[in-house]
Write a protein that binds this ligand. Structure first.
Ligand code: FES
Ligand SMILES: [Fe+2]
Length: 336
């Protein structure tokens, strides 16, 4: 149902501040995440092996976690180290399963496949989020929809003209055809929009008062990480200093069949001023909220009426269709 042999973002580092025990469902499994004294991140099943209480509802004792149902204590490696009123060391089999974790690009990733296959080199390139030449904003959002409704949405930005017409959308985005291509597991969608009107958000941000040259390039990697490259300059002005260039980094993690975690970041390499940073954060968040409103309602229709089998494809769906095809093929491979 979900691809296992991939890194998924489980949390933003700030969510583990202050010694927090973060409980989060990932691919339908309850997971506990916390930071130990050496600043490493531990991820383990959020299930007490005694009677299945949530360990995230427990308490910390240094790097150990105590279940607050009957008091069993576990180390950061998942081994039980104490059972109240029971003499001697706890049995070796009394342990909680752990997950490989990596902290990279200012995000916390977990590996959901076999531990021996966890290779940090497989983490998608989000370096813009951890690069002093880029100024990044980002956040976490929660969606009541299947994760692929969100990846469909990000692979086809023609919706900007309708869903985001008050912010980043203009007719140029919906009326300019895009070009989609697949190369192995990677899908790319590109849309070049020379001499088009500036959307309201760009006017506010950059003071564009005439036509702009605009482009989007979207790169998908399975299961669902998407990097959108976005550039604009005043039309005919090729000096990037006069323009706006940013990436939209999207890490999509299924929580369940109908709910999704969304970690996004929008790094830009120009205009480092703080008011621009604030505008980028608020503007991006408002745009994603517009998407989420559509996607949650879309899921409601799919859940209650089940119309997905009758979907009719149009030209601009090519990238999303390729991306789903990649995932379907990989699911078949993993199923063996
Ligand atoms: S359920 Fe955790 S100690 Fe009993
Ligand atoms: Fe959108």
């Amino acid at each position: 149902m979900f691809l296992r042999n991939y890194w998924y973002v489980a949390a933003m580092p700030s969510e583990l501040d202050g010694g927090a025990l973060l409980g989060r469902w990932i691919l339908g499994e309850p997971m506990l995440l916390y930071r130990t004294a050496d600043s490493a991140v531990t991820a383990m099943a959020d299930i007490c092996p005694h009677r299945s209480a949530r360990l995230s509802a427990g308490e910390r004792d240094g790097d150990n976690v105590r279940c607050l149902y009957h008091g069993l204590e576990f180390g950061a490696d998942g081994r039980c180290i104490r059972v109240p009123a029971q003499e001697g060391p706890p049995p070796d089999g009394l342990r909680v399963a752990t997950y490989p974790v990596a902290e990279k690009w200012r995000l916390i990733w977990v590996w959901m496949g076999a531990a021996e296959d966890a290779d940090e080199a497989l983490i998608p390139d989000f370096h813009w989020n951890d690069d002093l030449d880029w100024y990044s904003v980002g956040d976490y959002m929660y969606l009541d929809c299947h994760y692929q409704l969100l990846s469909d949405n990000l692979m086809d930005l023609s919706h900007e003209a309708y869903v985001h017409r008050g912010t980043i959308g203009t007719d140029a985005v919906s009326e300019t055809p895009s070009a989609a291509a697949r190369d192995g597991e990677t899908v790319t969608v590109e849309r070049i929009m020379p001499g088009c009107p500036s959307p309201p958000f760009y006017q506010k941000l950059k003071g564009y008062d005439g036509l702009i040259d605009r482009m989007h390039r979207i790169v998908f990697r399975p299961p669902a990480t998407i990097v959108i490259e976005s550039k604009s300059t005043p039309s005919g002005d090729n000096d990037p200093d006069d323009g706006l260039e940013y990436r939209v980094l999207c890490a999509i993690t299924p929580e369940s069949d109908t709910t999704t975690h969304f970690f996004w970041a929008v790094p830009r390499n120009l205009n480092p001023e703080q008011p621009v940073t604030e505008m980028m954060y608020q503007g991006s968040k408002a745009v994603f909220e517009e998407d989420i409103d559509v996607l949650n309602r879309q899921q409601e229709v799919l859940s209650r009426v089940g119309t997905q089998a009758n979907w009719q494809n149009i030209h601009s769906d090519a990238g999303a269709v390729y991306a789903r095809r990649v995932v379907d093929e990989l699911l078949a491979t993993e199923a063996g």
